[in-house]
Design a protein around this ligand. Structure first.
Ligand SMILES: Nc1ncnc2[nH]cnc12
Length: 184
């Protein structure tokens, strides 16, 4: 890890799309470049196109979580023809027998509970499922999604992320690594 105050933007290029990312604080003393797929269809499309070849052979369904990874997963579904399901971070009144999964650890400083509507969980049953995320950092969100997949009766067939940040032990496929700066 490098030390920096995080004052300057961080540049990424995906396919033919280049973006200057804002550096945002995480926790007490760190900064990360903020990936925003929401509101950026150009970057989302470029990332999805680059991810399609990384979808493992035999994948039958995709699973993601609101919010930022949703447009990416939608685009990936559109390009690959694979169906996708979406875990929510709040209970919705219309949910029927949702699977509720606590997520240990923090994403950008926030702890989460995931909700997968019962009928959506049923669509993962017996399926080879790939977990899709915008950024995989600690892996705790990916592991919560994996647990949801198993509880729904599916099997985890792989982990796909546009960006990897820091170290985790998951057998994941990703496009690029993102730095994290820690203030000393
Ligand atoms: N760098 C990042 N940008 C957006 N969402 C994130 N979640 C975890 N790390 C992130």
């Amino acid at each position: 890890m490098t030390t920096s105050t995080g004052a300057n933007p961080y540049q990424i290029t995906v396919g033919s799309v280049t973006r200057q990312l804002r550096l945002v604080p995480v926790g007490q003393m760190g900064f990360v470049p903020l990936i925003e797929f929401i509101g950026d269809s150009e970057l989302t499309k470029a990332a999805a196109q680059a991810l399609v070849p990384l979808i493992p052979e035999g994948t039958e369904a995709l699973l993601t979580v609101v919010t930022n990874a949703l447009p990416l997963t939608h685009e990936l579904s559109d390009l690959s023809g694979l169906p996708y399901q979406v875990a929510r971070k709040k209970r919705r009144t219309y949910m029927q027998n949702p699977l509720i999964q606590e997520m240990p650890g923090l994403t950008l400083g926030v702890s989460e509970t995931l909700w997968l509507d019962g009928p959506h969980a049923e669509r993962l049953s017996g399926k080879k499922v790939v977990i899709v995320q915008d950024v995989i950092a600690t892996g705790s969100m990916a592991m919560a999604l994996a647990r949801l997949t198993e509880r729904a009766g599916g099997t985890v067939h792989g982990y796909l992320a546009a960006f990897k940040q820091g170290e985790n032990t998951l057998p994941m496929q990703y496009l690029q690594e993102l730095p994290k700066w820690v203030q000393s």
